[in-house]
Ligand binder design. Structure first.
Ligand code: PMP
Length: 460
C-alpha cells in the first residue's frame, strides 16, 4: 500500500461505519478505496483496474467518466445551485425532467414526485397511497403486498416492504402492514417435479387466497420489481406478472412497479414492466435515472391518483410531504442529460443487442460443479453457487463461498456483487462485445478458483 492510501485506509477504519459491511471484519481488512473511473472501469488507490461488473450499485448506465454529466452539473451549479420545490416554487431542470419522465414511462403515468433515493421514493409511495385511501374515505385499505426477497429500500416503510431477513432482523421491521408472498423463483421455490406453469398457477392462487383472507378492502397496493435485483436477480416465470395484474385489477389493488434497477434499459426495454407485460399505477425509478452521478429518484403516478391527492391537498390546504432536495436542480439537470445520452446512444438497444452473448456466455458456467443456477435477462444476471448441485443444497453458513468468489473475481479484475452465495452482474449499459467477453472470461476464472478453494477447504 502507498503511504497515502495507507493513511486513508487507517482514517476510514478509525472513523467510518460502512453500510452493508461487517464492521469488525472491516477493521481487520480495511477498505478498497476507489480513486478513479474511466468508461466501464474503476481504479483503486493502488492503481488496480477493475471492470465494474455491477455498474457500481446496479446504476452507472453511462460509465464512470461521462464529461457531459460533469458539465451539466457544473453549468447548473453556476446558474442556480439549489432551489426547493415547496410552496409552488419550481426550477427548469426539475420541470423538464418531469416532462421527460412522463414522455418515457408507460402512457397512463402522468405525474412526477422527486426524492433523493429509492428508499425515500418507496416511503413516498406508501405515504401517498395511505393519503389517497384516507382521502377516499377508505381508511382500512392500507396494507401492501410484497414478495420475499423483494428489495425496496431500508428506511422504516421501504425496509418493511423489502422481503429480506437481514433488513428486518433486530431493526424491528416490518413496522407497517405488509404481507410478503412467495418469491417467484421456480428453480429455488418450485416443488419437486412442479412445472413452471404449475408453479406460477400456485403463486397466483396463493396471492388470491391471501387477498381474500386479509380482505381486499384492507389491501391498498402490490409492490414488486419486474425482475428482482438485490434478492438474487430473479426473473419471474411466464404469466406471473399478467396474473398479478389481473388479480390487482379484480380486487381494486394498486400496482407499484419498483423500477429502481430495471428502469432505463436494464432488461433491453426502457422499463421492466414493458418487458414483463403489465402496466403499473405507480412507477418508481432511481439509479440509472442519473447513472448515480447525483442522488435522485422519482415516483411517477397516474392522473387518477394525482387527482385524489390534489383534491385532498386542496381541502387540507397543502400536501404535507416533501424533501428539502425534492426536484434538486443539479440532480435533475444531471438526470435530464443522462437520459439524453441513453437515448442518443441507444443504450436500451445496446442492452437488447448484447443480452444474448452476455446471458449465453454466463450460462456456459451452468455445468461447473459449484454452479446451481445461472439466470438473468437483458444485462442483469446471477450465478448461484451451491454445495450440492443435485439437491440444490446451499453452503452453510451462507455467504462465505460467495464472498470468496467475489474476492477471486476482484483479483481477476472484475467487480461483481455477492448476495449470499449468488454472484450478481449488472454491467454499465455502455458495455461492448469485447467488454462482455472479458467479463465472462474473468468470471469463469473466479468460479474455477472458487471450486479449487472449496475443495481444499473440504466444503465440497
Ligand atoms: N428499490 C430497488 C429495486 C433497489 O434496488 C434499491 C437499491 N438497491 C432501492 C429500492 C433503494 O434505493 P436506495 O438505495 O437509493 O435507497
Amino acid at each position: 500500500m502507498t503511504k497515502l492510501s495507507n493513511s486513508l485506509a487507517a482514517a476510514d477504519i478509525a472513523h467510518s461505519l460502512h453500510p452493508y459491511t461487517n464492521a469488525r471484519a472491516h477493521e481487520r481488512n480495511g477498505p478498497i478505496i476507489m480513486a478513479r473511473g474511466a468508461g466501464v472501469h474503476v481504479y483503486d488507490s493502488e492503481g488496480k483496474e477493475y471492470i465494474e461488473g455491477l455498474a457500481g450499485l446496479w446504476s452507472v448506465a453511462v460509465g464512470f467518466s461521462e464529461p457531459r454529466l460533469a458539465e451539466a452539473a457544473a453549468r447548473q451549479m453556476a446558474e442556480l445551485p439549489f432551489y426547493h420545490t415547496f410552496a409552488g416554487k419550481a426550477n427548469e431542470p426539475a420541470i423538464r425532467l418531469a416532462e421527460k419522465l412522463v414522455e418515457m414511462t408507460p402512457d397512463p403515468l402522468t405525474r412526477v414526485f422527486f426524492t433523493n433515493s429509492g428508499s425515500e421514493a418507496n416511503d413516498t409511495v406508501v405515504k401517498l397511497v395511505w393519503f389517497m385511501m384516507n382521502a377516499q374515505g377508505r381508511p382500512k385499505k392500507k396494507k401492501f403486498l410484497s414478495r420475499h426477497k423483494g428489495y425496496h429500500g431500508i428506511t422504516v416503510a421501504s425496509g418493511s416492504l423489502t422481503g429480506l431477513p437481514v433488513n428486518h432482523r433486530d431493526f424491528d421491521l416490518p413496522a407497517i402492514p405488509v404481507v410478503h408472498l412467495t418469491c417467484p423463483h421456480h428453480w429455488r421455490f418450485g416443488h419437486p417435479g412442479e412445472s413452471e406453469a404449475a408453479f406460477t398457477a400456485r403463486l397466483l392462487r396463493e396471492a388470491e387466497e391471501t387477498i381474500l383472507a386479509e380482505d381486499p378492502d384492507t389491501i391498498a397496493a402490490f409492490i414488486g420489481e419486474p425482475v428482482m435485483g438485490a434478492g438474487g436477480v430473479i426473473v419471474p416465470p411466464e404469466g406471473y406478472w399478467e396474473g398479478i395484474e389481473a388479480l390487482c385489477r379484480r380486487y381494486d389493488i394498486l400496482i407499484v412497479a419498483d423500477e429502481v434497477i430495471n428502469g432505463f434499459g436494464r432488461l433491453g426495454t426502457t422499463f421492466g414492466c414493458e418487458r414483463m407485460g403489465f402496466t403499473p399505477d405507480i412507477l418508481v425509478t432511481s439509479k440509472q435515472l442519473t447513472s448515480s452521478y447525483m442522488p435522485l429518484a422519482a415516483v411517477v403516478m397516474t392522473e387518477a391518483i394525482y387527482d385524489v391527492i390534489a383534491d385532498h391537498s386542496d381541502k387540507l390546504g397543502t400536501l404535507g410531504h416533501g424533501f428539502t432536495a425534492s426536484g434538486h436542480p443539479v440532480a435533475t439537470a444531471v438526470g435530464l442529460e443522462n437520459l439524453k445520452i441513453i437515448e442518443e446512444r441507444d443504450l436500451v438497444g445496446n442492452a437488447a443487442r448484447l443480452a444474448p452473448s452476455f446471458q449465453n456466455g454466463l450460462r456456459a458456467f451452468a455445468d461447473l460443479p459449484l454452479v446451481g443456477e445461472v439466470r438473468g435477462m437483458g444485462l442483469i444476471a446471477a450465478i448461484e453457487l451451491v454445495a450440492d448441485k443435485a439437491t440444490k443444497r446451499s453452503f452453510d453458513p451462507l455467504g462465505r463461498v460467495g464472498a470468496r468468489a467475489a474476492a477471486f473475481a476482484a483479483e481477476e479484475g472484475l467487480i461483481c456483487r455477492a448476495l449470499g452465495d449468488t454472484l450478481a452482474l449488472c454491467p454499465p449499459l455502455i458495455v461492448t462485445d469485447a467488454d462482455i467477453a472479458r467479463i465472462i472470461a474473468r468470471m469463469g476464472r473466479a468460479i474455477t478458483r472458487t471450486g479449487d478453494w472449496a475443495k481444499a477447504e473440504g466444503l465440497v
